[in-house]
Write a protein that binds this ligand. Structure first.
Ligand code: DOR
Ligand code: ZN
Length: 346
């Protein structure tokens, strides 16, 4: 088994960088290993228009550590009043690469998301015309639907009808968590893809709830039972171009996580590549790591492959700090629960 692996510098196709002090603290954790990332628009005041995306892009570039080479790919937050022409202008600018659909109330800062999917139909039709991808948080918000069933029900009641009504629409089912989602994407043809997080490859719902509640493993969509994790693992390590890394690294301060009503999100940016190398090695699939972390998302988003590389080396267990410090307070780093032997060399 090789103990050194050089791959194209990774692309995180789903990343929360936040803003202000949090942005400054978390950005270096991503730029250390990643060439580019698709930046989620769910700021407290969401990124709804091209001007918002331009301003946020500038704040990200300003926060870059000295010498970092990193391309933030911006997204717009879809609302029921989003104008199709504005979306087309944003796409044509080259700065905005996708639109994000949050069902209203599904997750962090999603209150301005979509309640009535018919209202966004003109935007989706325009996106299909211009080939602009729609990134979907795939969970229904109906309180009558069990939280563990919300992804499968969303596919049946919302996503499949949208795709059938909007031929040509390119869709990413974000942070897929179920075998239902994996099957749907595998059979969905070249216009459909899914991003997969590191934490959903590692934890199932027992990790959150058995032996004491673990707030740092709580995220949305919530991790499901083990058979679903196995389906995600098989998809991620298969080399299938329809599945790629989107970490959904989502920092919240420990005070907000370790709370009677804790926020959803796992902060994985720091150790993502070490975790993934271990996961792919255990699945005897290191030869597919580059496809998952670097090539497949670039292909879907029609970006040229990044010429830079990173090298991973295997050795004694690598240690990462438990937390990063931010001016808003500490943020715990995701703990995979197994030793990490792969290290990204400088
Ligand atoms: O766990 C999550 N955290 N899931 C999301 O969809 C949003 C994210 C966040 O922004 O905190
Ligand atoms: Zn997210």
């Amino acid at each position: 088994m090789a103990d050194r692996l050089t791959i194209a510098r990774p692309f995180d196709a789903h990343l929360h960088l936040r803003d202000g002090a949090m942005l400054r603290a978390v950005l270096p954790e991503t730029t250390r290993h990643f060439a580019r990332a698709l930046i989620m628009p769910n700021l407290v005041r969401p990124v709804v228009a091209l001007d918002d995306a331009r301003a946020y892009h500038a704040r990200i570039l300003k926060a870059l550590p000295a010498g970092a080479v990193f391309q933030p790919l911006m997204t717009l937050y879809l609302t029921e009043t989003t104008d199709p022409a504005d979306v087309a202008t944003a796409h044509a600018s080259g700065l905005v690469h996708a639109v994000k659909l949050y069902p209203a109330g599904a997750t962090t800062n999603s209150a301005s998301g979509v309640r009535d999917f018919d209202k966004v139909r003109p935007v989706l039709e325009r996106m299909a015309d211009i080939g602009m991808p729609l990134c979907v948080h795939g969970e229904v918000t109906d309180p009558d639907i069990d939280i563990f069933d919300r992804e499968a029900v969303f596919i049946e009641r919302v996503l499949d009808p949208i795709r059938k009504n909007t031929p040509g629409l390119r869709v990413v089912l974000e942070h897929v968590t179920t075998s239902d989602g994996v099957d749907y994407v595998r059979d969905g043809g070249p216009l459909l893809a899914a991003s997969i997080t590191v934490h959903h490859l590692i934890i199932n719902r027992n990790h959150i709830l058995a032996g004491g509640i673990k707030p740092h493993y709580y995220c949305l969509p919530v991790a499901k039972r083990e058979s679903h994790r196995q389906a995600l693992l098989a998809a991620a390590t298969s080399g299938n171009t329809g599945f790629f890394l989107g970490t959904d690294s989502a920092p919240h301060t420990d005070a907000l996580k370790e709370n009677a009503c804790g926020c959803a999100g796992c902060f994985t940016a720091t150790n993502t590549m070490s975790c993934l190398a271990g996961i792919f090695e255990a699945a005897d699939a290191l030869d597919h790591l580059q496809a998952f972390t670097s090539e497949n998302a670039a292909g879907f988003y029609r970006l040229p492959p990044d010429p830079a590389t990173i090298t991973l080396c295997k050795g004694e267990p690598v240690t990462y700090p438990d937390k990063i410090q931010t001016d808003d307070g500490p943020v715990s780093i995701f703990q995979p629960g197994f030793p990490l032997h792969w290290k990204v060399t400088p």
